[in-house]
Write a protein that binds this ligand. Structure first.
Ligand code: SF4
Length: 198
């Protein structure tokens, strides 16, 4: 049964939700393509630059990036090669193993990030106008959906509170033992710098 068969889709709320999510994924793709075209890069190359800008060095390796973006290592290596040729990144080779390296942005790479990282702004502007109660319901549903897809290994890496060793239950409430704070719905993170796999 396909949610794209309009008879199935329009007779079921579940199918309409899935079709709607698919439509939203197209919006991100289109917005990213527009930025990529402006700079003569591919969408994944822009995504890599933005990821590298905001994540620690241990995550800026070909293996980690391949898992993060669900691409093969050769595909990520090729994208990195182009970014290096364009002088947007530089490789830092490990002195004990010359085959492995971490990736760092150059000044030109940081400039590209500044010019492209706002690609999702049209969506942010709409969300900002929603009321707080609606946002909380949306966030609870999105974070749970991501978690369930992660449990099914469709989303490979997920640095979320629900998978984190610092996540605990205290007085019946979700709690982060590292930040020493209660985790209300609005506090749940899907990409946390302090994340440690449970
Ligand atoms: S360290 Fe970060 S991911 Fe882990 S529970 Fe605390 S806020 Fe959540």
């Amino acid at each position: 049964m396909s949610v794209f068969n309009l008879i199935n889709q329009n007779s079921s709320l579940d199918n309409k939700i899935v079709a709607g999510l698919e439509r939203l994924s197209q919006v991100f793709r289109i917005l990213l393509w527009e930025k990529a075209k402006e700079h003569g890069l591919s969408p994944i190359q822009i995504q890599l630059l933005i990821f590298i800008q905001y994540h620690s060095t241990d995550k800026c390796t070909v293996s980690y990036l391949a898992q993060e973006f669900n691409f093969t290592k050769p595909t990520i290596s090729d994208a990195i090669k182009v970014l290096e040729q364009k002088n947007f990144i530089k490789k830092n080779t490990d002195s004990s193993d010359t085959r492995s390296y971490t990736i760092q942005l150059t000044a030109s790479g940081k400039k590209i990030v500044l010019e492209t990282e706002n690609f999702a702004n049209p969506i942010t502007e709409i969300i900002t106008k929603s009321n707080e109660a609606d946002k909380l319901i949306l966030w609870e549903n999105i974070s749970n959906l991501i978690l369930l897809l992660n449990r099914q290994e469709i989303i490979s890496i997920q640095r979320t509170c629900f998978n984190c060793g610092h996540y605990t239950i205290k007085n019946k409430d979700a709690f982060c033992s590292l930040l020493n704070q209660k985790l209300l719905t609005k506090d749940i993170r899907i990409d946390c710098e302090e994340f440690e796999l449970a």
